[in-house]
Design a protein around this ligand. Structure first.
Ligand code: UDP
Ligand code: MG
Length: 153
């Protein structure tokens, strides 16, 4: 099954939304394949946000992402990358649809609660960026038949 990377940003950690956001992913039926807390540093963020290093807001983004430890998650499911992006909502919290995580928890284009991989290719690279192989668990819950029909697995 497909895997994707999610980061609970400092805006989620500091505001105390870890439980509520994690519950949304679990109630959807996504399987937690890896999860840990870590402090991000500038070197890693310059790689992770390489597409944004020349933007004027990058110094502020760096500061924001290092403001507290983060929680990184690897979530597993059919079409997990697309499903998690749908649950996440648009980048700017003020424009994100109500019902999405950013739409329900954020008023900001920067303090937007979580990161989620934007493509299958990015997800593969990002999971390796944040997790070692032995931190990703190839397990499947016993009730997986209640999550998917046989031809969906
Ligand atoms: N960001 C920002 N200002 C902007 C655009 C993006 O501070 O004008 C931050 C925001 O936290 C966003 C992150 O940079 O989540 C990565 O931007 P990207 O365009 O990849 O958006 P995402 O994939 O997170 O929706
Ligand atoms: Mg992105």
């Amino acid at each position: 099954m497909e895997k994707t990377l999610v980061i609970f940003k400092p805006s989620a950690i500091v505001r105390g939304f870890v439980g509520q956001i994690l519950a949304r992913f679990q109630q959807k039926g996504l399987i937690i394949a890896g999860m840990k807390m870590m402090q991000l540093d500038e070197d890693l963020l310059r790689v992770h946000y390489a597409h944004l290093v020349d933007r004027p807001f990058f110094p502020s983004l760096l500061e924001s992402m290092m403001a507290s430890p983060v929680i990184v998650l690897c979530l597993k499911g059919k079409d997990a990358v697309k499903v998690v992006r749908l649950l996440t909502g648009a980048t700017n919290g003020r424009e994100a649809q109500p019902g999405t995580i950013r739409g329900d928890f954020s008023m900001s284009g920067q303090e937007n609660i979580i990161h989620a991989s934007s493509s299958i290719e990015d997800a593969e690279v990002e999971i390796k960026r944040f997790f070692s192989d032995d931190e990703i668990f190839e397990w499947c819950p016993q009730n997986v038949r209640m999550l998917y029909a046989p031809d969906e697995m």
